[in-house]
Design a protein. Structure first.
Length: 122
């Protein structure tokens, strides 16, 4: 999951820096902090939902930036992507409501196998 989130961060940051080179710090911080949030949420949400969070933030930044027509993200494409992502996240939340969520891994962490725990103590 972390690798997939990382793979979604690379094009998000790359495209944002390419389109808005003067805003590279803001773009990078926004996408990386969203990726950090996605990693935390990956313990309670599906992989597909958390992978889409960094590109979604990039779409919001681009849409709110008011870029020139030559590089502006089409509102139609943005809305289609937003609807698809929204449906995916909604399905994830419904799945959590139906099946319940195991928040113990998020709150207390997961158990290490005994071999790893013994090696860490040595």
């Amino acid at each position: 999951t972390i690798a997939a989130i990382g793979l979604s961060v690379i094009p998000s940051v790359g495209f944002g820096v390419w389109v808005m080179p003067k805003e590279w710090k803001r773009v990078t911080v926004a996408v990386l902090s969203t990726a950090g949030l996605a990693v935390m949420l990956s313990s309670v949400m599906t992989t597909g939902a958390v992978i889409m969070l960094p590109p979604l933030i990039m779409l919001f930044i681009l849409n709110n930036q008011g870029l020139k027509e030559s590089v502006k993200v089409s509102k139609t494409i943005f809305l289609i992507n937003l609807v698809v992502m929204g449906i995916t996240i909604l399905i994830c939340l419904i799945s959590l409501l139906i099946n319940g969520a195991d928040f113990s891994r998020f709150v207390t962490g997961s158990e290490l196998p005994s071999a790893i725990a013994e090696a860490a103590e040595a």
